[in-house]
Design a protein around this ligand. Sequence first.
Ligand code: ATP
Length: 440
Amino acid sequence: NPSFVNIKDLMNKRLPRRLVNLLRLLGAYGNELKMSVYVVGGFVRDLLLDIENYDVDIVVEGNGIEFAKYIGQQFDAIVVPYEKFYTASVIFRDGFKIDVATARTEYYEKPAELPQVDISTIKKDLYRRDFTINAMAIKLNPSEYGMLYDFFNCQKDLEQGIIRILHNLSFIEDPTRMIRGVRFEMRYNFKMEEHTLEVLKQNLEGGYLERVTGARIRQEIEKILEEDNPMKAIRRMTNLNMIKHIFPKTYYTQTMDEKLARLFKFLPKIKERYQSVSDFYAISTILLEYYDKQTLETVRARYGYPKKFIESIKFTENIMLPLKEMIELRLNFSDIYKVLGKANPYVYLHLSAYLTDEGQSYLLQYIDTISSTKLQTVTGKYLMGKYSLKSGPQINEILEKLFAMKLDNPNIDEEKVVSEIIEMYNSKLEKETENQPERE
Ligand code: ATP
């Protein structure tokens, strides 16, 4: 029992004037090309929920690329077509972007592969979507402008806070929908409907998530991590036994839960200081702890972690407990430096998961001190010139020693201290030669 009501008054009330004008124009241009034009998906969902969302996804019955090109001409906008998918992006002169698709019936040659595309009608297009709350369209052509196309009782689900698949093969067609389901549950505080949940659990056990490429799984996880409360979503995925199908050797325990929660607390501080820190890598430092080499190699290949990242987390996982203690004891930065050195942001994040709030702020001081401390006068060149040292590991050793001392005491006189270090080296050297037994 489809329900079509006109919601143009609601659109006028909730959307900015300029956007309403644009939508009306899109409908009018649709008439000129004799195509039906709809705005669909998340835009409609959020409009009805009264949540701001200006991601305009357009679907046309007809050729979407032709429509996009026509719009491009009318507005003098840039059109980026994706011929293979019958879709296009239109980027207006002020930078505003809309996506245009051709109404389609996606069919999948094999489950878990990218869909093949066929031209079809809006109802079939909506039926192929992930959940009922995302499966509504608003018509934009002038005679029906503002008409809400709801074929599957979607509005009712939206009102009742229900996430429901449109048909039983939904998760098999695209298993990433299982993760999307959790994301929408958490974002809107909705619940997956009973049957949907049952199908999800069956398909999860059926191993369908494992058939999807790692890149697509990773993308959906990254989207979850961008939401307001990623911990809540991770817990939900754990309760659904989903984590196991994503990270095969991860045993989610109370301790792991606490570590992740602490890591998330520290994450914004690291992001302020380092560019392009990935949330996915960040949680991986914990989720992949104590993995055996072989499984680690499997997940590395699957999710595309850089070799360096994996090596780094494996190398450092053994020093986490000692470092936790050193930080709890508030040892000097120079002592911590001997173990931790100047680490990469993921090592700091990993460590933060072991620390209380106070420990985390001590770690942050350490990070900031490391990055602001520079040797001013004493350099390798200086050592070679003044002390006629030959280039080699000894110079590095001296510079490191001096750097570590400066971490604790930023006001040291570098030249004076370095002369003392060198004196100490020399006397040590002398003693060693003295102690060596003379050979006959
Ligand atoms: P968000 O607010 O997070 O952007 P969204 O619903 O707009 O959520 P998108 O990923 O931008 O999500 O997708 C736009 C629309 O495309 C969705 O509303 C949904 O109808 C459809 N869609 C997206 N991904 C899938 C999928 N995996 N399977 C079926 N339909 C999908």
